[in-house]
Design a protein around this ligand. Structure first.
Ligand SMILES: C[S@@+](CC[C@H](N)C(=O)[O-])C[C@H]1O[C@@H](n2cnc3c(N)ncnc32)[C@H](O)[C@@H]1O
Length: 316
């Protein structure tokens, strides 16, 4: 698993853009909620399509992202409002806007390329920086706080259950051993510790197309960093809350598109849409996730693990 990095050509190109537009079918005058503005790539395309009579409501936990996106969307000239808050509070935001619901909801989960590229944020194991990892840098506990205080079994279960890391116990034990002498503070310090605690097990009989040995070498580091980021930002709890309130947010006939990059997230989305179809809240959902095309994968490595699922709210 490699860290998601965009090539210059694919930089800031929204993931699965054509596919998102095809499933959401934005029309002039509609109300759209972009739960995860990021650089505002999807939001800009949606805003152009809903036009001056429509309304876009956007969320991001990251104040720095919001400043960038505000400029970008303002240049389009159609109405929008931005919220520096968690998309789990989507119902409150819709109420504040005096709306009864929205026609479309999009969430492109995880972190943005701006966040991963900024060493000060501590999301990247390839850049030396403080172990922060908070999307909202103004509140909450940092990755360093969690690593230096959580009990060993809690760290191990996060690495195993969220990160799918088979050597979770060894890594958690190494963290607890070192923090007694010296607290963990930086990304490279953690990456080195993981590499030493979890020697890479290279498959001696790789299947055709399986990652090369050097790629496997960074797997435990990538898995643990992803698990920590999800833990720090309570990403699974936020997604569960969004899935719970979605049917109430969407107007009859409304559409939702969710892009995930983590198997646990995709399982939650799949289960919620399936249940919605069973109980009649949704009239249609994707059977299988929509994946990036070969061309997009080549241009933007981040898209390789992206899974898009959609659902359509019943007409009553
Ligand atoms: C993958 S990026 C979105 C990229 C965006 N679709 C674009 O076109 O540029 C995800 C963004 O969602 C934000 N985010 C993640 N979880 C959030 C949450 N619970 N509430 C609000 N924003 C969140 C992150 O800060 C990040 O900026």
């Amino acid at each position: 698993m490699r860290e998601n990095r965009s090539t210059p050509a694919g930089e800031h190109r929204p993931v699965l853009l054509e596919e998102v537009l095809a499933v959401l079918e934005p029309r002039p005058g509609e109300v759209v909620v972009d739960c995860t503005l990021g650089f505002g790539g999807h939001a800009g395309e949606l805003l152009q399509r809903i036009g001056p009579e429509g309304r876009l409501i956007g969320f991001d936990l990251d104040q720095e992202n919001l400043e960038t996106v505000r400029e970008r969307l303002t240049s389009i000239g159609h109405p929008f409002t931005l919220h520096h808050s968690n998309f789990a509070g989507i119902m409150r935001a819709i109420g504040q806007e005096n709306l009864e619901g929205c026609d479309m909801v999009l969430a492109d989960l995880g972190m943005s390329s701006m966040q991963v590229d900024d060493a000060r944020r501590g999301f990247s194991y390839m850049r030396e920086g403080p172990l922060d990892m908070r999307m909202d840098g103004s509140r909450g506990r940092t990755a360093a706080d969690l690593l230096n205080t959580l009990p060993e079994d809690e760290l191990a279960s996060a690495f195993l259950e969220i990160g799918d890391e088979p050597q979770a116990s060894e890594i958690a034990a190494a963290i607890v051993a070192i923090r007694g002498e010296m607290p963990l503070r930086t990304t490279k310090q953690l990456a080195k510790l993981i590499q030493e605690a979890a020697p890479v097990k290279v498959n001696p009989y790789p299947l055709p197309g399986e990652p090369k040995a050097w790629q496997q070498k960074i797997r435990p580091v990538a898995r643990v960093f992803q698990a920590l980021r999800i833990l720090v930002n309570r990403e699974l709890a936020n997604l569960k809350e969004l899935l719970r309130v979605l049917p109430t947010c969407l107007r009859p006939g409304g559409r939702v598109a969710l892009i995930s990059f983590h198997s646990g997230e995709d399982r939650l989305v799949k289960a919620a849409f399936k249940e919605g179809l069973r109980n009649g809240t949704y009239t249609a959902t994707s059977d299988d996730p929509i994946r990036a095309t070969y061309e997009e994968r080549g241009m933007n490595p981040r898209s390789r693990s992206a899974k898009l699922r959609w659902a359509k709210r019943a007409e009553y």
